[in-house]
Design a protein. Structure first.
Length: 364
């Protein structure tokens, strides 16, 4: 990627076998071209949804603050700072709950989730001044009128740039006064007798998805001494269901998404429950798991990929107890069985319908 008469070498994390996928896009290039129109010195710049750190790297000399949603994003940016020889002290970050006092310039790569975009704008709005400018980039093919609707809730002046390489920018100025922009979670209705809450932008924000329900129906009996992992836990509904069945077992929850782990903490008490904001299994444990349950993601923003799920399966195998079980639910068209039988000694479909299948795997 080129910016400010310099070439920036950027890598994706996790790495992908798809050579057509890059660690930056036309959105990054267009945002950076617009940024050049501002006097940046001594400006307080905040970056949202900078997934691989293209903006953080290119603007590092101005000490921007990166709002980090994904643990893998944190790793990606640190890696790309290292690749480009950028001093690590130039990287400043917060999670989505920690706000900057003021923002002069906000740069947002608009996510697929409109709920998450609104959360970003709520946070930005709290920190804006009268003369703050917010640039929101997106690919024209992904435009939805909802983007404008959300922007106009928080800013008086909403305009669009011309498209370049099929990317476009929405420019936001003049933050509205007296906006109620408190961050709230929402409750998800269900027939499981569970109170499930979650923050915006977490998977399945209106109901418990049908795949997860099928998995819950297929879970084995949980014993008091069992050690359970809710892998890629989202709002923690699987762990919450298991905890309702057995209040004594030990449960660990892992998710790459900070808002997912934060949501899960709303739904389970901390006693004998452990939460990990991680994109891998590098957690301090002294005993392997009797059961790992997972509804693996196969969407990453606008990309469809099974690479994340396959990585989860490989790690799950390493952390299963001798007689432990991995249970996953997935869309049948993903055909995960062909990959799982290469990893596990036993692979069995234990439930299915016209859209989903639940697969049980063990090392035996």
């Amino acid at each position: 990627m080129q910016f400010d008469q310099k070439k920036w070498d950027l890598e994706r994390y996790p790495k992908t076998r798809n050579k057509s996928l890059r660690a930056w896009s036309a959105i990054d290039e267009l945002i950076l071209s617009k940024v050049n129109q501002f006097e940046l010195h001594e400006k307080k710049i905040t970056l949202y949804h900078d997934t691989y750190g293209a903006l953080a790297c290119a603007l590092n000399s101005y000490q921007p603050l990166s709002v980090i949603l994904l643990y893998s994003q944190l790793k990606a940016i640190k890696k790309n700072f290292e690749i480009n020889g950028i001093p690590p002290q130039n990287f400043h970050w917060n999670n989505p709950f920690k706000l900057r006092e003021t923002i002069d310039l906000g740069l947002i790569k608009i996510p697929k989730s409109m709920a998450l975009f609104e959360l970003y704008l709520k946070n930005v709005h709290k920190s804006t001044k009268d003369n703050s400018v917010i640039l929101c980039g997106f690919m024209t093919r992904n435009f939805t009128p909802k983007i404008i609707d959300i922007a106009e809730q928080y800013f008086e002046d909403v305009s669009q740039s011309k498209a370049k390489k099929k990317a476009r920018i929405i420019i936001l100025k003049k933050p509205k006064k007296d906006i109620q922009n408190q961050l709230n979670f929402q409750k998800i209705k269900n027939d499981l007798g569970l109170t499930i809450k979650q923050y915006p932008g977490v998977f399945s924000n209106k109901k418990i998805d049908f795949g997860t329900l099928l998995l819950l129906e297929s879970l084995p009996e949980i014993k008091d001494y069992d050690k359970i992992m809710d892998l890629a836990c989202g709002n923690g509904v699987i762990a919450a269901y298991i905890r309702k069945q057995n209040p004594k077992c030990c449960i660990h929850l892992i998710d790459d998404n900070f808002l997912a782990i934060s949501s899960a903490k709303l739904n389970l008490i901390k006693i004998n429950t452990h939460f990990h904001w991680k994109d891998d299994f590098k957690i301090n444990i002294n005993k392997k798991f009797n059961l790992i349950a997972c509804n693996p993601p196969f969407h990453f923003e606008y990309e469809n990929t099974i690479e994340i799920a396959l990585s989860l399966f490989k790690n799950a195998k390493k952390y299963l107890a001798e007689n432990g079980t991995l249970i996953i639910v997935a869309n049948t068209h993903l055909n995960y069985r062909t990959h799982l039988i290469k990893l596990f000694g036993s692979v069995e479909t234990i439930a299915s319908n016209d859209k989903y299948e639940v697969i049980s795997c063990s090392n035996s």
